[in-house]
Write a protein that binds this ligand. Structure first.
Ligand code: ADP
Ligand code: MG
Length: 608
C-alpha cells in the first residue's frame, strides 16, 4: 500500500501567517487551540481552557455557552451524542437525558423554556462561541480550523459536524480522527517509532486505534470503538448504585444524581482508598474496591474492544510499545492498571489527556495552512465498511473497513429485470450482512438505462472518500454512459445546499421545499411512463392498435410531455393516471401477445 501525502502545500510563498486553530469538539468538553513554533495557546472561556460543551438557558431566557450552568438554568449537554442521528435514534437517546424533544423546521429539536433548538443549531452555536473567543483573544479573524471527530463516526455524523461548523462560518480545513490527532501530538514531540495503541475514553465516546509511527509518518492500522460509551455511562452506573444504596437519595432527580456521581468519580484519583462525600445531607462512603466493581462493566467493555482492535490490526501484543491515553476518563486508575497488565507495555500519559487531541489538531491546522515547513504524512482508515444494497436485502461491500483513506473504489453490477430502465443505488455503512442491520446513508437513482435483457447492463458504482472521510457516489451504466446524480445526500442531516440556504437566510418555507420534492418525484414518474410507452408503441403499436386507438394514446402522451415542462405536480399526476387508464387495454393486449408467443415458441408441454 502506498503512502499518500495529504498535507496541502497551500501557498507557502506568502509570509503572512494565517490564523488557524485546532478544535476538539468533545461530548463533554471542547478546546480551541493554536500552535505556533512549538507552543500551544488554549483560548479561554472565562478562565477555563477546557470548555464545557454545554448550552444553558436561564429561566429568563438568557442563553449562555461554554459555562457550567447556574442553579436555575436548564442545560443541554452531550450534544455530540445526538449529532447525525435519525429522528428515531434521537428520541430513544433523549430519554436517557430527560430532554424534551419537539419538531422545528421538520427536524427534531430540543425544547427548553419554550425555545426550540435543532441539534445543528446547538452545535453551531458552540462552534460560533469557540470561534468568537479565539478571535477576540488573538485579535485576528479566523482563517480556518481542523476539527476532530471520533474515529467511529459515520458519514452522516461527519457531515453534520462539518455543517454545524460551516453554519458558524468556520472554514473547515479538515476533519481528522481524534486518535490520529493524539498521535500527531505525541509523534511530533517524542519522534518515537513503533506500534502504539491510542485509548480514548471521553465523556460520551470510546475510541481505540492501533497505529504505527515511523519517522513522523503515522499509519492507522485499525480502529474500533463505541459511539455510546464513556464517562457519562460511568456516571449512570454510580447514580444507580447511589440510589439503590442510599434511600435518602432515591428521589433525587436523574441530573442531580449524575452531577454527584461525576463529582465522586473525579475525586477518586487524588485520594486512592476511599472517598467520603456529603450529598444533600447524606454521608456517602465508597472505597476503591467497591468503586472499581461499580464501574467495571464499562471498563471491561473498553478492554474487550482494545483486544479486538489489536486482533484486527494483525499486530501481536508483544510488538506494542505503548498505550497513549486520551480523554478525561482515561485518568481512572483501574484503566492504567488493566492496560499495563493485559498489554504488558508502558502507558503514555505525559501530555494532558484532556488537551492532547486539540494539540494534534492545532499542529495539523498549522501544517495545512502552510504556516509551517514541517512535513507530515498521514494515513487514516475507514472506520466502517461502505457498500450498497443488492437483491434480497443483502449488503455488498465496496470498501471494507480499515481501508486507508482517501480512496476510490469501484464495483460493477447488473440489473435483475428485463428492460429495467432505472436503478436505485442504496448506499449503506456497516459490517452486517443484512441491509436492515446497517446504517442507511442515502439513495441515488440511475435513470435512462436503455432497455436490455437482465444481466446485460453493466452498472459501475464508484465510491470516493476524501481526506475528511466524506463520501461521494457515482453510478454509471457503461454501455450507454448514463450517469446518476453524483453526490450522495444523507438521509438525515443537512446537505451542503441546505447549509448555504440557511446561511443566506433564504426565505424558502418548508412547504415550498416539500412542493419542490413532490414535483421532482412526479416528473421522474412521468418520464418513466413516457419512456415505457414510447418504447412499446415503437415496437408493436402498429400491430396491436388501430389507427384511432394509436392516435388517442399519442395525444394523451403528448399532453403529458408538455405538462412535464410545467411546475404543477397535481396536473402531472392526473395526466399520468389518465394516460395509464387510456392505455390499459393496450397493456393487456401486449401481455396476451407475449404469452401467446411464449407458448408458440416453446411448445405446449413446456408451459404446462
Ligand atoms: P469528551 O472527549 O467526550 O469531551 P473528555 O475527554 O473531556 O470527554 O472527558 C470528559 C470525561 O472525563 C467526563 O465524563 C469526566 O467526568 C471524565 N473525567 C475527567 N476527569 C476525570 C477524573 N479525574 N477521573 C475520572 N473521570 C474523569
Ligand atoms: Mg475527547
Amino acid at each position: 500500500m502506498s503512502l499518500m501525502q495529504i498535507s496541502d502545500p497551500l501557498d507557502k510563498s506568502t509570509n503572512e501567517k494565517k490564523f488557524v486553530v485546532g478544535i476538539d469538539f468533545g461530548t463533554t468538553n471542547s478546546l480551541v487551540t493554536k500552535y505556533s513554533e512549538g507552543n500551544f495557546n488554549f483560548f479561554k472561556s472565562g478562565s477555563e481552557e477546557i470548555i464545557p460543551t454545554i448550552i444553558s438557558i436561564s429561566s429568563n431566557n438568557e442563553l449562555s455557552i461554554g459555562k457550567k450552568p447556574t442553579k436555575n438554568s436548564l442545560e443541554i449537554s452531550s450534544v455530540k451524542r445526538f449529532i447525525g442521528l435519525s429522528d428515531e435514534e434521537q428520541k430513544i437517546l433523549s430519554k436517557k437525558y430527560n430532554y424534551n424533544l419537539t419538531i422545528k423546521d421538520n427536524m427534531t429539536a430540543f425544547e427548553f423554556h419554550g425555545n426550540k433548538f435543532s441539534i445543528i443549531d446547538i452545535s453551531s452555536k458552540i462552534f460560533e462561541y469557540l470561534k468568537e473567543i479565539a478571535e477576540n483573544q488573538e485579535n485576528k479573524q479566523l482563517y480556518g480550523a481542523v476539527i476532530t471527530v471520533p474515529a467511529y463516526f459515520n458519514d452522516t455524523q461527519r457531515q453534520a459536524v462539518k455543517n454545524a461548523a460551516l453554519l458558524a462560518d468556520i472554514k473547515v480545513l479538515r476533519l481528522i480522527n481524534e486518535p490520529t490527532s493524539a498521535a500527531i501530538a505525541y509523534g511530533l514531540e517524542s519522534k518515537n517509532q513503533g506500534k502504539y495503541i491510542v485509548y480514548d475514553l471521553g465523556g460520551g465516546t470510546f475510541d481505540v486505534s492501533v497505529l504505527s509511527l515511523e519517522k513522523g509518518i503515522f499509519r492507522v492500522l485499525s480502529t474500533d470503538g463505541d459511539t455510546m460509551l464513556g464517562g457519562d455511562d460511568i456516571d449512570f452506573l454510580i447514580s444507580e448504585w447511589l440510589s439503590k444504596k442510599y434511600d435518602e437519595l432515591a428521589n433525587l432527580s436523574r441530573s442531580k444524581l449524575k452531577q454527584y456521581s461525576k463529582l465522586l468519580k473525579e475525586k477518586f484519583n487524588e485520594s486512592s482508598h476511599q472517598v467520603i462525600e456529603n450529598i444533600e445531607g447524606c454521608k456517602v462512603t465508597i472505597d476503591i474496591k467497591e468503586f472499581d466493581k461499580i464501574i467495571s462493566p464499562v471498563i471491561d467493555k473498553t478492554i474487550k474492544i482494545v483486544q479486538s482492535a489489536i486482533l484486527e490490526s494483525k499486530v501481536s501484543i508483544s510488538e506494542i510499545e505503548s498505550v497513549i491515553l486520551v480523554g478525561g476518563s482515561s485518568r481512572i486508575s483501574m484503566i492504567k492498571r488493566l492496560l499495563k497488565n493485559k498489554l504488558n507495555c508502558n502507558v503514555l500519559d505525559d501530555i494532558d489527556p484532556d488537551k492532547v487531541v486539540a494539540q494534534g489538531a492545532a499542529i495539523q491546522a498549522e501544517i495545512l495552512s502552510g504556516n509551517t515547513k514541517e512535513d507530515i504524512l498521514l494515513l487514516d482508515v475507514l472506520p466502517l465498511s461502505l457498500g450498497i444494497e443488492t437483491m434480497g436485502d443483502l449488503s455488498e461491500k465496496i470498501i471494507p473497513r480499515n481501508t486507508s483513506i482517501p480512496i476510490t473504489a469501484k464495483k460493477t453490477f447488473t440489473t435483475f429485470k428485463d428492460g429495467q430502465s432505472k436503478l436505485l443505488v442504496h448506499v449503506i455503512q456497516g459490517e452486517r450482512e443484512l441491509v436492515s442491520d446497517c446504517k442507511s446513508l442515502g439513495k441515488i437513482i440511475l435513470e435512462n438505462i436503455p432497455p436490455m435483457i437482465s444481466g446485460m447492463p453493466r452498472i459501475e458504482v464508484e465510491f470516493q472518500i476524501d481526506a475528511d472521510g466524506i463520501l461521494s457516489v457515482t453510478a454509471t451504466e457503461l454501455n450507454s454512459q448514463s450517469r446518476a446524480t453524483t453526490t450522495i445526500k444523507p438521509t438525515f442531516g443537512l446537505s451542503e445546499e441546505d447549509i448555504s440556504n440557511m446561511i443566506s437566510e433564504a426565505n424558502e418555507t418548508a412547504d415550498e421545499d416539500k412542493n419542490a420534492r413532490r414535483l421532482n418525484e412526479s416528473k421522474i414518474e412521468a418520464k418513466r411512463v413516457i419512456y415505457a410507452l414510447e418504447q412499446a408503441l415503437s415496437s408493436d403499436g402498429n400491430d396491436l392498435l388501430s389507427e384511432s386507438e394509436y392516435n388517442d394514446i399519442v395525444t394523451e402522451l403528448d399532453h403529458l410531455k408538455s405538462l412535464v415542462k410545467s411546475d404543477n405536480y397535481e396536473q402531472i399526476d392526473n395526466q399520468i393516471k389518465n394516460l395509464e387508464d387510456k392505455s390499459e387495454f393496450y397493456v393487456e393486449r401486449r401481455m396476451n401477445k407475449s404469452i401467446n408467443s411464449l407458448i408458440t415458441g416453446r411448445g405446449v408441454d413446456d408451459v404446462l
